[in-house]
Ligand binder design. Structure first.
Ligand SMILES: [Cu+2]
Length: 109
């Protein structure tokens, strides 16, 4: 019953590095906080998944990310909730249906 403790440990380290590495070029994040989308303009290459994360404090009224064109429309996201979409090439203006003064843009090249 010989064991090789070194190998599993090495594997775990590898897994840790993978999980903690920054998001790849296929994902872009937009933070929703302070009744604003940050960054206001997100520029990505075609095929990128854009992820909106509601980072408002708990209890803050929910937000949506809604493309003016109708290309995507999230449900109302409360604190901690996430929505994602892979927008087609082009320039997409979007806003929050609950707070229409909240606007942003995704530019897909
Ligand atoms: Cu809102």
């Amino acid at each position: 019953m010989g064991s090789t403790p070194a190998r599993p440990r090495s594997g775990r380290l590898h897994a840790f590095r993978r999980s903690s590495s920054p998001p790849g070029p296929d994902t872009a994040f937009v933070v929703i906080q302070g009744f604003a989308f940050t960054p206001a303009v997100t520029q990505v290459v075609a095929g990128t998944r854009v992820v909106w994360i509601n980072c408002e404090p708990s209890g803050t009224p929910g937000h949506t990310t809604t493309a003016v064109s109708g290309a995507w429309d999230s449900p109302t996201l409360t604190s901690g909730e996430v929505f994602s979409d892979v927008p087609a090439a082009g320039s997409h203006d979007y806003y929050c249906r609950v707070h229409p003064f909240m606007t942003g843009q995704v530019v897909v090249q």
